[in-house]
Design a protein around this ligand. Structure first.
Ligand code: GLN
Length: 270
């Protein structure tokens, strides 16, 4: 009996060790409370959702995650990284969450879980102000198009090049949409999310932006919805994020922050 007990105990201990260390770092709610901080990845070149203001990363996503950290009762730690490193970093438990104006897509849902959507966007094209020849997606055929690396804009332009809609176009990836826009002149156009495109043209007199549509007037892609991502299987953390988001949305806070931070971004030319 004693032997049976100790074997059982050994198995239980082995199993709990495997659960703790076997699947990467612990990212659940208990681990966050124990650490006293909620860690998140963002990419701070995406105003109004995240950008640098007075040497600090601020924006809509940061406000949302601060509210989540407050609800858990811990500090928020924001870590800046490249956009295309966010999903993988969250998936492998390098941080607890990713908030970066991230569109919820079927492909990304294979790697991470997403919160309920908190805002939506569509694809915009940025062009030199005087350009009158590029009106539709098809007009970008043969042109050099800039995008932010690893974004839905990147994937969309790549797809339109390979399916012939933008036949012969060249795709150039940049670290941020603003860096891509700064290269206009050297490149012909930039494709990015709506609000970010609007802020970029507010900050740059020589540019214009409008929705990217097909020549038959249909949108080039479905409306995109932004969500917060976390590692799969953290139901308790996801429930808190969703609860906080539901309250913020109902109180009109997301729309209010989108306006406030768009103004702040324009103020500092972010
Ligand atoms: N919404 C886009 C995406 O998820 C772009 C996000 C971003 O550039 N930060 O791919």
């Amino acid at each position: 009996m004693k032997k049976f007990f100790s074997v059982t105990l050994a198995i239980v201990m082995l199993l709990s060790t495997l659960t703790m260390f076997g699947c990467g770092k612990a990212t659940g709610l208990d681990a966050i409370k124990k650490a006293g901080k909620l860690t998140m990845y963002t990419e701070a070149g995406f105003a109004p959702y995240e950008f640098v203001y007075n040497n600090e990363i601020v924006g809509v996503d940061i406000e949302i995650m601060k509210a989540v950290a407050d609800r858990i009762g811990v500090e928020l730690e924001v870590q800046d990284t490249n956009f295309d490193a966010i999903i993988g970093g969250v998936q492998t438990g390098k941080v607890n969450a990713g908030a970066a104006g991230i569109t919820i897509t079927a492909e990304r849902l294979e790697s991470v879980d997403f919160s309920t959507p908190y805002t939506q966007t569509e694809q915009y094209v940025i062009l030199p102000a005087g350009n009158t020849t590029i009106k539709f997606a098809e007009d970008l055929a043969g042109k050099n198009v800039g995008v932010q690396n690893g974004t839905t804009s990147d994937l969309l332009v790549e797809e339109m090049i390979s399916n012939g809609k933008m036949a012969g176009a060249t795709l150039t990836p940049y670290n941020t949409p603003a860096m891509a826009a700064a290269a206009i002149g050297k490149i012909d156009a930039v494709v990015t999310d709506k609000l970010t495109a609007e802020i970029i043209i507010n900050n740059n007199e020589g540019l214009q932006a409008f929705p990217l549509v097909n020549s038959d007037g249909t949108p080039v892609a479905e409306i995109e919805k932004y969500g917060i991502c976390i590692a799969k299987g953290n139901e308790d953390l996801l429930a808190i994020i969703n609860e906080v988001l539901d309250e913020l949305i109902a109180a009109g806070k997301i729309a209010q922050w989108e306006q406030e931070y768009s103004a702040k971004a324009t103020e500092v030319g972010a």
